[in-house]
Design a protein around this ligand. Structure first.
Ligand code: MLT
Length: 302
């Protein structure tokens, strides 16, 4: 009997996939394997019983990979399983970055009981005018499962899409998505694009990569989307860039107290993968990876 501990609630459809040889335990200390979504494993000891950790999600920055490797604990993630959910929220982000929908809705809520609301709308609506995304240039940094879906969808909305990923060749980028104009450098993306969406994992190399130096290369009034990890963006530098209008709008899936007062920031409570479909897909993939490993010793991340 294998004992599985869930550090986060995992979609039931995933747990239903465990066969009778498995038991869910509340006791992390005795677990053979752990299922986790966003909870941090960094602060926890790794019990000797632990053979594997499966993350129901793409990023593994909440898991101490090096310590797991030292102890022979296999770490799984579920790349692609929530990509469609994230892509759909990124598209929402593109629209939120192009028009002041949030400002407009907040304003309507503040005047909606006024008997002259129609007149007020006529007088005030110009403040909430925006731009269209069609015909604009979108830079997609990171051409993994999510980046490619975003690029294809944005192209279908009439955007000109530039893609950059240091780990894939121009040729494979083209095969992945015929619609991406593969960029040879980040500098080209920064220089050319009206919108930039970042889709890279958090690592020592990517932490704070959107910083003062990067902003300097960008167009004035660029609109930036971050549905990947908060610390890919240097917060102080972003605030400075927003204050002088270098960055016109920052749409992020990671609210922070310092950014909360800024009207130019739209912050969403990390909802990219929070759809029934994405949660089910991640849970089913994570559980089947664990079962394959515990029962057969097979390691796969698909
Ligand atoms: C991911 O890394 O795929 C997301 O952070 C998943 C999630 O929101 O749980």
């Amino acid at each position: 009997m294998f004992k599985i501990n869930c550090l986060n609630p995992i979609a039931k459809i995933g747990l239903d996939n465990f066969s009778e040889e498995y038991a869910i335990t509340d006791n992390y200390e005795e677990a053979d394997a752990v299922l986790v979504r966003s909870a941090s494993v960094h602060e926890l000891d790794l019990p000797d019983s632990l053979q594997a950790i499966a993350r129901a999600g793409a990023g593994v920055n909440n898991i101490p990979i090096d310590k797991c490797a030292e102890k022979g604990i296999v770490v799984f993630n579920t790349p692609g399983a929530n990509a469609n959910g994230v892509k759909e929220l990124v598209l929402t982000g593109l629209f939120l970055a192009s028009r002041d929908i949030i400002g407009g809705v907040n304003w309507v809520n503040s005047v909606k009981d006024d008997p002259d609301v129609a007149k007020l709308v006529e007088k005030n609506k110009a403040k909430y005018a925006g731009i269209e995304i069609s015909g604009k240039k979108l830079g997609v940094i990171g051409l993994g499962a999510i980046g490619v879906l975003v690029a294809n969808a944005a192209m279908k909305l009439g955007m000109e899409v530039y893609g950059y990923d240091p780990f894939i060749s121009v040729r494979s980028a083209w095969h992945l998505s015929k619609y991406i104009k593969p960029s040879k450098s980040l500098a080209e993306i920064y220089k050319e694009c009206d919108f930039i969406s970042i889709h890279v994992p958090l690592s020592d190399a990517t932490q704070g990569m959107l910083n003062e130096e990067a902003f300097k290369m960008m167009k004035n009034g660029v609109r930036i989307l971050n549905f990947s990890r908060d610390s890919l963006v240097n917060e102080e530098d972003m605030i400075a860039a927003l204050k002088v209008g270098k960055v016109f709008k920052y749409v992020t899936d990671f609210p922070t107290p310092k950014m909360a007062p800024l009207n130019e920031v739209v912050a969403i409570p990390h909802l990219g993968a929070s759809t029934c479909e994405s949660e089910d897909n991640c849970a089913v993939m994570a559980v089947s990876q664990l079962m394959d490993y515990l029962e057969n010793g097979t390691i796969r991340n698909s």
